[in-house]
Design a protein around this ligand. Structure first.
Ligand SMILES: [Zn+2]
Length: 90
């Protein structure tokens, strides 16, 4: 049986939500900067903000994202990709 690709929300800061795709705890999405290749990452394990090593930074525009897992499953199935303030800005 093939792996099931699910569509999940991509929440951008200051923009309308788009869509990402997820397989299990992995997700891929297109960066709003126009980078041709998708960004790719996996869910974090903490209920609040993800640790820095779970962030995914776009190599082209430096936007940073985290992938939220389902509430009941740390590092579990991806339910949403969220843009977060860049680490450099803090
Ligand atoms: Zn980008």
């Amino acid at each position: 049986m093939p792996q099931i690709i699910r569509n999940i929300p991509l929440q951008l800061s200051g923009g309308p939500a788009r869509e990402a795709v997820a397989v299990g705890n992995n997700a891929a999405w297109l960066c709003p900067c126009g980078r041709t290749l998708p960004l790719l990452g996996r869910t974090h394990g903490s209920p609040g903000e993800a640790p820095a090593n779970f962030r995914v930074a776009c190599p082209d525009c430096k936007r940073e994202f985290i992938i939220d897992p389902a509430d009941d499953a740390p590092q579990g199935r991806a339910v949403q990709v969220r843009e977060v303030p860049t680490t450099d800005a803090r």
